[in-house]
Design a protein around this ligand. Structure first.
Ligand SMILES: Nc1ncnc2c1ncn2[C@@H]1O[C@H](COP(=O)(O)OP(=O)(O)O)[C@@H](O)[C@H]1O
Ligand SMILES: [Mg+2]
Length: 153
């Protein structure tokens, strides 16, 4: 399944993030949720994450975790953990292991959003939701595509 939407402002991109969060929250199960965000610098990945986090009830401002790589936020809903990963600085699989990404990706009642997933490709679980963001023709235009496998029953 692929959906493609056009955003014309950061606000709209945040709304797209919130919309996806709402969709995913409809399926309440214990399985960790992993979402990747691909797109060049300034494509709107972090902006999308902000809208997503807000929908989950996170009041704190999400800042880009570039220098920390992984940020964890506690949630109060049926999802308990929110991880925001910026893999931009990860250079090899050793670093991936050192960060404990496998453990993060298998934490029950968690949702993880990964920017620059290209850098941790091998560590990603199979049923990851993939989001692609790219600049459109106009300055504030962004094309947001979501590709997710249909849930197996
Ligand atoms: N439609 C839009 N969606 C998201 N960001 C936009 C949009 N139009 C302009 N911008 C700007 O582009 C930048 C996106 O930054 P950010 O979300 O940090 O991108 P990334 O994490 O992909 O590097 C911000 O400065 C934002 O204000
Ligand atoms: Mg970013």
């Amino acid at each position: 399944m692929i959906t493609s939407r056009t955003s014309v402002s950061p606000r709209e991109t945040r709304r797209e993030g919130a919309f996806l969060a709402k969709e995913l929250l409809k399926h309440r199960d214990q399985k960790p949720i992993i979402i990747t965000l691909e797109g060049e610098l300034g494509a709107g990945k972090t902006t999308f994450v902000k809208g997503f986090a807000r929908e989950l009830g996170l009041k704190r401002t999400i800042t880009s975790p570039t220098f920390l790589i992984v940020r964890h936020y506690a949630l109060r809903g049926f999802l308990k953990h929110f991880f925001h990963i910026d893999a931009y600085r990860i250079k090899n699989i050793k670093e991936t292991k050192a960060l404990g990404l496998k453990d993060i990706f298998s934490t029950p009642e968690s949702v993880t959003l990964v920017e620059w997933p290209e850098h941790v490709r091998g560590a990603l679980p199979r049923d990851t939701v993939h989001i692609f963001l790219e600049h459109g023709k106009k300055e504030r235009e962004r094309i947001i595509r979501v590709a997710a496998k249909k849930k197996e029953k």
